[in-house]
Design a protein around this ligand. Structure first.
Ligand SMILES: *Cc1c(COP(=O)(O)O)cnc(C)c1O
Length: 432
């Protein structure tokens, strides 16, 4: 459920008409709903009531500090995958002791920073990382509490580019080798392995892969305990899907029931790292129709948003609903159209053959389910400024990231000294 609905013929975000945001902030613009973020977090967290469970919001899904703070204020921790995200979580007020650090390629500097700020746990993904972390912790005279991420070798049955739990994926340590690696970790002076972690993929719409993975993890915890390693926690990752195109992903309650059934008796603390299911349907990308163009064979709807603003369709065939902000009349004529952006790539196509009413130039449209893996993946390709972000709460809204200016883009670049008279790295001349 989200809070983007038609009222009196206009699409609203909570109690704010999207036409107002378009007028005052311009388009394209991401718009997030506080009530939807809060609802999704609460439904997920409440599903585990009575269990020792903690929720770490996967910051990479939507890392705006105001979004993180909305969730942190409800008690969420943060799952981060870079020093930058760690800094965002801290800036949003997440206490270090509620932060876990995942990722397959952390640098020495990132590990050192994580130890300095004293986060809860580092999720180690390789034996070389284990050695590096032991060395860095040794230099600082501290012991690092860690999870080891294992790869349970199950097929998450999701898109190949967001599947992470098969042997051929780069993530984690093969489950067959996990006992050896945990033993080795235990022998290192500055490492304290306490958690088994796993994350098998994103946008899962079926519980079976979870059941297969969790069953293997339970067996592993048994083996580890028999080997004298005191496992205190199980981190089950994220990955629950959302309905983009009529999918019916499991509800948090069904997911929680499976968790209870498979790992309920293990006497461990449970960690979860949901991202998409919290933020995905809490955001839309509001855009303007620049032109309709009717070729001989096709109808094109050309928007002011492009693949640099929302790359999911181009990157992994992601589907987003498209709603006209002005509610179509009941007698509107719906015909197939290709929805495209202005970027000079044929891949800059949001959808093909989508049934849509006829638009007039300048009309507003909203891509739905764009709150996760949307703004965070935006780029300035074609020198298009980074798209702004707005957070709505009831009848109020705030710009939580302004539109990037051309001055900011050009001002970040320098001429080398051989291109300038004065030999200095002079800034490019920019006219306002
Ligand atoms: C991306 C990621 C998540 C979140 O995945 P969602 O599909 O957004 O829930 C959780 N844990 C780890 C380690 C991740 O890399």
């Amino acid at each position: 459920m989200d809070h983007f609905n038609y009222r009196d013929g206009l699409l609203y975000a909570e109690d704010v008409p999207l036409t107002r945001i378009a007028e005052e902030v311009g388009t394209p613009v991401y718009v997030y709903s506080t009530a939807t973020l809060e609802r999704h977090y609460t439904v997920f967290a409440d599903a585990f009531a009575g269990m020792r469970a903690s929720v770490f919001y996967a910051v990479k899904a939507n890392s705006n500090i105001a979004v993180i703070k909305t969730l942190a204020d409800l008690g969420a921790g943060a799952d981060v995958v870079s020093e930058g995200e760690l800094r965002r979580a801290l800036a949003a007020g997440v206490p270090p002791q509620k932060i876990v650090f995942s990722g397959v390629g952390k640098t020495r500097e990132e590990l050192a920073y994580a130890l300095d700020v004293g986060i809860l746990e580092i999720n180690v993904e390789s034996e070389n990382e284990l050695e590096l972390l032991n060395a860095v912790a040794g230099e600082k005279g501290v012991t690092a509490e860690i999870a080891i991420r294992v790869n349970p070798d199950v097929d998450a049955k999701t898109h190949a580019k967001i599947s992470t739990g098969k042997k051929e994926n780069k993530f984690g340590i093969d489950i067959d080798r996990a006992v050896d690696v945990f033993r080795h970790a235990q022998s290192l002076t500055h490492i304290h392995p306490v958690t088994v972690a796993s994350h098998i993929g994103s946008q899962l719409t079926d519980l079976d892969p979870y059941r297969a993975a969790f069953t293997r993890l339970v067996a592993l915890v048994g083996e580890l305990r028999a080997a004298g390693i005191d496992i205190k926690r199980l981190d089950l990752g994220g990955g629950l899907g959302i309905p983009y195109d009529g999918e019916e992903p499991p509800l948090p309650d069904a997911y929680a029931a499976l968790v209870r059934e498979v790992v309920g008796d293990l006497d461990v603390e449970l960690f979860f790292e949901p991202g998409r299911m919290i933020a995905g349907n809490a955001g839309i990308l509001l855009s303007k129709v620049l032109f309709e163009k009717h070729g001989e064979a096709r109808r094109f709807v050309i928007l002011d948003a492009a693949m640099n603003d929302l790359i999911r369709p181009a990157l992994y065939d992601g589907h987003h609903g498209l709603k006209p902000v002005k509610e179509p009349s009941s007698d509107a004529d719906w015909t197939p159209a290709d929805i495209v952006g202005p970027v000079c790539e044929s891949g800059d196509t949001f959808a093909k053959d989508r049934l849509l009413p006829r638009f007039v130039d300048g009309e507003l449209v909203a891509f739905t389910s764009a709150g996760a893996y949307g703004a965070v993946m935006a780029s300035t390709y074609n020198t298009r400024p980074l798209v702004p972000e707005v957070l709505v709460k009831g009848d109020r809204y705030a710009v939580i990231r302004p539109r990037q200016t051309f001055e900011e883009i050009l001002g970040a670049e320098r001429f080398p000294d051989w291109q300038t008279d004065d030999g200095g790295g002079r800034m490019a001349a920019v006219s306002g």
